[in-house]
Design a protein around this ligand. Structure first.
Ligand code: SF4
Length: 385
């Protein structure tokens, strides 16, 4: 079995090259061929010595992931389904905007966290992706898009680790992938433009701050522990106060001076005025003058197994206004790729569930619905509906 060179950051590739008896600088040349020029054939690499190319042919390969399907939305969003073997498939989504091109990348086949409102969570968990499988999504998308658009310029300017999976539960594969994204000889992305999104794996937030501090987004989705325990089960292990303290510590290392909080708006569940008040209190009691943060309110994309509904637009606007009035920067996410199921929380891929999470979610769903229904907040009458 030869090594897939997509599995290495530059340092890892240097070690690999040294193992072949080559100088470290050869790794830089090789890395640039692979990531900047999209080469997957050693014979293309004309500035590498023929002897090295011959060695590479017997010890290494550069393998992308087989594409099972590609869907293009009317708004330009593209979704790919990649085969990762053994009956598993993961999704990546490219979202073009006027001033940037963002790729949403998956880190696991399925996800073990099992958030109530997330289609991936309902699929269960199969396995972690390797560094090569994470990087291959970017490698393929970048070079496909360049060809498709007929350009040699970089197309993807931002990467968000917000596809399938909890990236901080696949830490050892994530870090080399992030390093390759940031490397000037790789994709040369700014730390501010690479975002890791987590449901709140507190110890790993601290490690990320040390090892590779990129922009951090936290899937918050609830303003109190009772509700978050139900919506994001990881909260039972790392409750809100611990999570926000980890965010405070992260800010000392972060490339941006704020943490993004993702908040999926669920009709009658977490979208009431009382919830907005609790959120304001939560962020104001952390940090010296409140935690520096930005809220991103996400319209929920309903799927039948969730038993949840999207909050009506006027309620989302009222919620945003409450946060803004308290001085918290708040945006409402525009949904993209709705027509191809590429919107946030809709990525389901195809997962051979090894954790029986699907079964568990199904049996717990009824209990969850009871808990959600009996949370202490009474849905208020919204006169604008
Ligand atoms: S929201 Fe993220 S952490 Fe939660 S189940 Fe979905 S993929 Fe996993």
């Amino acid at each position: 079995m030869t090594a897939n060179l997509l599995d290495f950051d530059l340092e890892g590739l240097a070690v690999f090259c040294e193992g072949l008896g080559e100088k470290r600088f050869r790794a830089t040349q090789l890395f640039r061929w692979i990531h900047q020029r999209g080469a997957n054939d050693f014979d293309q690499m004309s500035d590498l010595a023929k002897s090295l190319r011959e060695k590479l042919k017997t010890t290494a390969h550069i393998a992308a992931l087989p594409v099972l399907s590609q869907h293009m939305s009317q708004d330009g969003t593209i979704k790919w389904l990649f085969d990762v073997g053994d009956g598993n498939a993961v999704e990546s989504v490219f979202i073009p905007e006027d001033d940037r091109g963002t790729l949403c990348v998956s880190s696991q086949a399925g996800c073990a966290v099992g958030c109530r409102f997330c289609s991936t969570g309902h699929q269960g968990f199969s396995r972690n992706l390797s560094t090569a499988e994470i990087l291959a999504q970017l490698w393929f998308a970048e070079h496909f898009l360049r060809k498709h658009l007929g350009t040699d310029e970089r197309v993807i300017s931002n990467v968000v680790m917000m596809g399938m999976g909890e990236p901080l539960q696949n830490y050892s594969a994530l870090i080399p992938a992030l390093k390759a994204m940031l490397d000037d000889h790789g994709y040369g992305l700014s730390r501010r433009r690479v975002t890791v999104s987590t449901s709140g794996v507190v110890p790993m937030i601290d490690r990320l701050a040390q090892d590779c501090p990129v922009a951090l987004a936290v899937s918050l989705h609830a303003p109190n522990d009772a509700l978050r325990d139900v919506l994001v089960p990881l909260n039972r292990k790392y409750p809100l106060d611990e999570l926000l303290q980890a965010c405070e510590r992260y800010l000392a290392h972060a490339p941006r001076d704020f943490i993004t909080f993702e908040y999926c708006m669920l009709d009658g569940v977490n979208d009431q005025p009382e919830h907005a008040r609790q959120l304001i209190d939560l962020v104001q009691r952390h940090g010296r003058q409140g935690l520096r943060c930005k809220f991103n309110l996400i319209p929920f994309n309903p799927f039948p197994a969730s038993g949840l509904l999207r909050s009506p637009q006027p309620r989302v606007q009222a919620f945003a206004k409450a946060l803004l009035d308290a001085g918290i920067v708040t945006t409402v996410r525009k949904t993209r790729g709705d027509d191809i199921d590429a919107a946030c929380g809709q990525l389901a891929g195809d997962v051979r569930d090894r954790t029986r999470a699907q079964e568990r979610m199904a049996t717990q769903r009824h209990a969850h619905e009871q808990v959600i229904r009996f949370t202490p907040v009474t849905p208020s009458k919204d006169p604008s509906q």
